[in-house]
Each structure stands twice: as C-alpha cells, then as structure tokens.
Design a protein around this ligand. Structure first.
Ligand SMILES: *Cc1c(COP(=O)(O)O)cnc(C)c1O
Ligand SMILES: [Zn+2]
Length: 420
C-alpha cells in the first residue's frame, strides 16, 4: 500500500488532495507528491523490497498509485554495469553505467515515468492519455496506451529522428507532428489539455509521472549494495530526472535503507546547442534563460525546461556541477561507450559521457571517487547521429583470396591479439 498523503506545493508548501492537479492555485508553484514517511519507516525494509518483483514495482510503497499497476509490469531493474574499460579510458577508479538502453518495453528511462503515469491515469478514470514529447516519451506513451487499451494522442516536433517516429507509429496512436520546437509543442498541449480534459502525462498529471523517475535512483542504490555513489552524471531535458534521482536517494536515506548515508553530488549534462540549465549552473544564476534548441541530442532539446530551476538547486545544494557537450563530443561519447563497454546509447548518452569527461578533467569529479553515469536511451533510435561517421570499409567477394588481399591492402595484422 502506497503511503501517499497528497500533493504539496513545492514553493509555499500548501497541501492538496491526490487529484489530477499540477499547479498551486495560490502561488502557481508546481505540485509534488507527498508521502507519510513515518508510516513507512520500519515497514519498508531492505528485505521487503528485495522480496518484491524484479521491476520498479518493488518500490511501490514509494510510488503514487493506489492499487496494482495496470501497465508496465516489467519496467525497471535494468543493469548497473561496473564499467572497468570505460573507467580506464576516463582515468577513473570506480565507474558504473546505469543502463536504461535496455528498458522494457521502449528502450529508454521514459518507461519508468509512463508506467506510473498511465496506471495513475487509469485510476483517475481517464480514457485518453497524451503527451508532448521530444521522442522517447512518445514511444513509451503510445506503447503503454496500447497495452492498457487506451486511446493516445502524441505530439512531437516535426523534425524528429525516424527511429523515434516509427517507434511511436507502430503502436497505432494518434501521432501529431507539429511544425515547431518542443517548447511550442508543449505550449499547444497545455491548451489542448485544458480544452479536452485528457491525461497529458507530462502536463496535467506531471506530479505522478515525475515520481517514476525516482526508481532510477532507488535501483542505483540497491544495485550498489544499498549505497549512494559519490557522483552521478544525469542528462537533462526538462530537468526532472536529476531532481528525482536525488529525491529517491534521500528518501532511502531517511528510511534508514542506505549504508553510509547520502552525500551524492549531482551533475547535469546538456548539449551546447541546448543547455540552459548547465549555462545557469556555470553562471551561478538561478534564473534559467530559455534558448532555441540546435543540437543532435533531440531527446534533450527543451529550450525552456519546466524543472530547470529545481535541477539547478539540486546541483548546487548537492555540491555538483554541470557541463555542455558539442555535437562532435556527443558522437565521440557514444563511440567511447560502445567501444569500451559494448553499450549503444542514443545521443543523450553521448552527452552524459562527454560531460563526465569534461568534469573529470576539471577535477570536479575526483578520479578516486565513485561515479554513476546515467545512460537513458537506446542508440538504435538515433542512428542518424552516427551514420555519416560509420562506414563499412571492408567489402569483398566471397573468397579467401579476396579476404587476404583486403587485409594486406588495409594494413590489418591478422595475427595480432590486441584491439585496434
Ligand atoms: C527525457 C529524457 C531525458 C531527460 O529527462 P528530464 O526529466 O526531462 O530532464 C534524458 N534522457 C533521455 C534519453 C530522455 O528521453
Ligand atoms: Zn504554492
């Protein structure tokens, strides 16, 4: 049984009932789900969690649903990979990759937020679910709506990658491509939400949706042996994930579930072509200046991030920092992760690797401290980003002689056992 007390305004603290609400009537602050932690202390133990299903639902007591999940039963519990090869390449001692490239069912961490949001939408009695998306949310909302037998309307900028478009259309939603960037799509969707009363997962039921991201943090801690790492690098779009990972770790700490407490420094990774949160962090200014996105990291291309201010605060209060990545660095980051760990991430993962590299070189992430890199989406969805730099160079006739000649002409030593 979840211990939801209700919603609470993040600014003025005013309480609200657990209904489809998202802004405070008094101060226009965003609402957040509030739990009865006293009731959970002592009952939500490590043992109780470990006895739960191998999915996000092992943490159900800290998620805002009343009954059983109606969709996304198999979401979560993705691998936390001890990345020794990548650590060596980065000059670090202890690096882990939290690998949501293999998230069920749509290969990004958005499955976590959507499994919670769509279950909540059904509990509220909504018949239509919808979203404004930079791509991954579109995939996940369409898939979970199909699973739950709900109608879905999905709104995206019209210039998305083919993998994200096809990976949405296959589930047969009403996909609406909008001539504009995400921020324009989002503005339109706020009006549609008001007019038609649909459950827009990241707009009018956003407080419930956002809680799903906490499971990314819970899993990191549990998979590290009930320990919080010293550093986490998180890619940011709207800025929600980075705040919720730390909220999850702090909740675990408050419930006495962590060895050694929680002193994790949160670092934000964004693209240079759309990095308003990181720009604010570097400038030490809590005012997030909106930008017009221009980057290959389309899943992170939100120029006016809804949770930008809170992401900024989490970074500063935790003692973390932020870094940008150029388009070239993003591609290099994708290639580095793939060639060292065998993990093909989407562009957002390249942003995380590139930003982490810069933060390590600057000494912001000391080389002897533990680091978790959040890899949030799958590379097969953003193949355009690497297509021009990956070419088949060995193309031969089906004979041994042709093979041998190709080895000679390309200067490849077939007797060598080291990687090149
Ligand atoms: C949406 C998304 C993010 C960022 O999530 P926010 O909570 O909006 O900051 C990170 N990575 C990927 C792949 C995403 O799709
Ligand atoms: Zn308020």
């Amino acid at each position: 049984m979840a211990q939801v007390k209700g919603l609470k305004c993040r600014e003025c603290g005013r309480p609200y009932p657990a209904e489809p609400l998202h802004v405070c009537e008094f101060c226009f602050g965003p609402l957040e789900v509030d739990y009865d932690y006293d009731a959970l202390r002592g009952t939500l133990t490590r043992k109780a969690i470990e006895a739960g299903p191998p999915s996000i639902w092992r943490y159900k007591a800290l998620l805002p649903i009343e009954g059983e999940p109606v969709v996304g039963k198999h979401c979560g519990m993705t691998p936390l990979v001890r990345a020794k090869n990548l650590a060596r390449a980065l000059g670090m001692r202890e690096v882990y990759v939290k690998n949501d490239t293999v998230s069920h069912p749509t290969f990004s961490f958005k499955d976590r937020v959507v499994a919670v949001a769509v279950t909540k939408a059904v509990e509220f009695g909504f018949k239509v679910v919808a979203c404004a998306s930079t791509g991954n949310l579109a995939n996940s909302v369409a898939a979970h709506a199909a699973e739950g037998g709900l109608r879905s309307f999905v709104f995206v900028p019209s210039d998305l990658e083919q993998g994200k478009v096809l990976g949405t259309l296959i589930y047969n939603p009403k996909l609406v491509a909008v001539d504009g960037n995400y921020d324009e799509v989002n503005r339109l969707c706020s009006e549609i939400a008001d007019k038609y009363g649909w459950a827009f997962v990241n707009i009018n039921i956003r407080p419930y949706y956002a809680e799903g991201s906490k499971t990314f943090g819970y899993e990191i801690a549990e998979q590290l042996g009930w320990r919080a790492p010293q550093h986490i690098v998180v890619p940011a779009a709207g800025g929600s994930l980075v705040t919720k990972i730390l909220k999850g770790l702090k909740e675990f700490d408050r419930l006495g579930l962590l060895n050694g407490g929680c002193a994790t420094r949160m670092h934000v990774a964004q693209a240079e072509g759309c990095g308003p949160i990181v720009t604010a962090i570097k400038a030490n200014s809590e005012i997030i200046k909106p930008v017009k996105p221009k980057t290959i990291a389309k899943s992170l291309a939100i120029g006016n991030p809804a949770d930008g201010y809170y992401a900024y605060k989490v970074v500063k209060e935790s003692g973390g920092h932020g870094e940008h990545a150029t388009d070239e660095e993003i591609v290099e980051g994708m290639k580095l992760l793939a060639s060292t760990e065998g993990i093909f991430s989407e562009t957002a993962g390249g942003v995380t690797i590139a930003a982490a590299k810069r933060l390590i070189e600057q000494g912001r992430i000391p080389r002897d401290e533990s680091l978790v890199l959040c890899i949030t989406g799958n590379g097969l969805k953003t193949q355009e980003a690497v297509a021009s730099s990956l070419k088949v160079r060995l193309h031969i006739k089906p004979t041994l002689r042709a093979f041998d000649e190709a080895m000679v002409s390309h200067g490849i030593d077939v007797t060598s056992r080291t990687m090149d």
